[in-house]
Design a protein around this ligand. Structure first.
Ligand code: HAM
Length: 423
């Protein structure tokens, strides 16, 4: 049997990793300037954590989690997202007591969801996410949104759409919930079994249903926006005002509800509008989650954040034809002719590497011509050639590959020579 990667996962091969590393370094650099310090939490958590946070009636918890029992009989789950773990760690380490508030955290790593595989939807994917916990200031909602937009713009994407909505406060949601139940209840027999279950438990989720999307009652369903309480409306207005100040364009979509239960007030998604981008256009999603910290056993502290996947970011770059500038070149390839020269070559590349010069040589016992071909293929900036004559003279021949110019350089000068010319 030939082994293959499990469905929904992928190998990221060496010709792709430079792009990943470039994106990761941009994300880390932006986290530094926005001041969201990195947190690293385990890949798996107690299953109950996700039931409590993401929500029992969500697709993620009901259908998509990789849950298993460990040898001690505990139910564990591979994390489907990063907010729950981050908030768990925030509570566990009592970060609410830190002198500087809000606590601003970022994370990057694999997440796992048992989803149907299609373009942009994987079972293992890498999320970069940020959370600002401890502030109920609408200005930080705007900071979070502007951080997310900044990522895409820094990487050169242009075809973007920011969609925002307010999910209101508890009062808003309770009133809306009652209205939804009244709206769907008389015809609930026409809906799928999931929706029947959702009706009493979490009618808002009916609006997300992929099966009953076309049902006429979906279009006429009461809108959350119509139930916003005055303080919720005021909060949303403030967020929009800050976005205006930042010059960030947005569209208000009253149907944006998000697929996780912990949200209230601000919810947002960034979509790709690039032609040729697949059916799933959401690049990034986030929002406010006042109440989640308390739900997980901490004090009543508000929070807001977002997450995006690098996989979808790469798809967007591809759809827009953006080529990332990646540093993947080889500084110097050493060509050795004869056994004596090879000894010297091994010594030389080691001294280059000690000085931070990337260096390689032939390990396939090939002739000079084949070695030169390798240097070409690897796009070496310089080739250093050592033959018998050069050895006797204590020198090497250096070829500058771009110009084709060659010169003889003394062996004890070669490191400095390369450093000088590589600058
Ligand atoms: P989410 O909308 O479930 O939110 O996921 C955020 C992003 O993760 C999506 O916009 C998408 O880029 C990526 N993503 C999700 N599922 C997949 C998949 N199967 N394959 C590839 N990419 C995927 C959250 O996870 C929240 N924790 C975001 C958040 C943070 N809200 C507040 N703080």
């Amino acid at each position: 049997m030939a082994f293959k990667v499990p469905r929904g996962t992928q190998d990221i091969l060496p010709d792709q990793t430079p792009k990943w590393q470039k994106i990761e370094s941009v994300l880390r650099e932006l986290a530094r300037v926005y001041r969201y310090k990195e947190i690293r939490t385990p890949i798996f958590e107690h299953t109950e954590l996700f039931h409590r946070s993401v929500g029992d009636t969500t697709d993620i918890v009901q259908k998509e989690m990789y849950t298993f029992e460990d040898r001690g009989g505990r139910s564990l789950t591979l994390r489907p997202e990063g907010t729950a773990s981050t908030v768990r760690a925030y509570v566990e380490h009592k970060m609410y007591g830190a002198p500087e508030q809000p606590v601003k955290l970022s994370y990057m790593g694999p997440m796992f969801r048992y989803e149907r595989q299609q373009a942009g939807r994987y079972r293992q994917f890498v999320q970069f996410g940020v959370e600002a916990i401890g502030s109920a200031d609408p200005a930080i909602d705007a900071e979070i949104i502007s951080f997310a937009m900044d990522i895409y713009q820094t990487l050169g994407l242009k075809d973007l759409k920011l969609v925002i909505n307010s999910l209101g406060d508890k009062e808003t949601r309770d009133a809306h919930r009652t209205a939804l139940i009244n709206h769907f209840k008389p015809s609930i027999h026409e809906f799928c079994d999931d929706c029947k279950n959702r009706l009493e438990k979490n009618p808002l989720r009916i609006l997300d249903c992929k099966v009953d999307r076309e049902h006429p009652l979906m279009k006429t369903a009461p809108k959350l926006t119509d139930y916003l309480t005055p303080p919720s409306k005021e909060y949303f207005d403030q967020v929009k005002k800050y976005l205006d100040v930042l010059g960030i364009e947005y569209e208000v979509d009253p149907n944006l509800v998000r697929g996780l239960d912990y949200y209230n007030h601000t919810a947002f998604e960034i979509m790709s509008t690039a032609e040729g981008f697949g059916a799933i256009t959401t690049l990034c999603g986030g929002g406010r989650y006042n109440g989640l910290v308390e739900e997980i056993g901490g004090p009543n502290v508000p929070g807001v954040g977002f997450a995006l996947s690098i996989e979808r970011l790469l798809l967007a770059l591809e759809a827009e034809g953006v080529e990332l500038e990646v540093e993947d070149g080889l500084d110097v390839y050493v060509v050795a002719l004869g056994d004596e020269a090879k000894l010297k070559a091994v010594e030389l590349i080691s001294s280059f590497r000690l000085k931070g010069i990337s260096a390689d040589m032939d390990y396939m016992m090939r002739k000079m011509k084949a070695q030169m071909k390798s240097a070409d293929r690897l796009q070496a900036k310089f080739v250093v050639i050592i033959g018998e004559t050069e050895l006797e003279e204590g020198a090497v021949v250096v070829r500058h590959m771009e110009s084709g110019n060659q010169e003889k350089v003394q062996i004890n000068e070669i490191v400095n020579y390369l450093k000088e010319h590589l600058r």
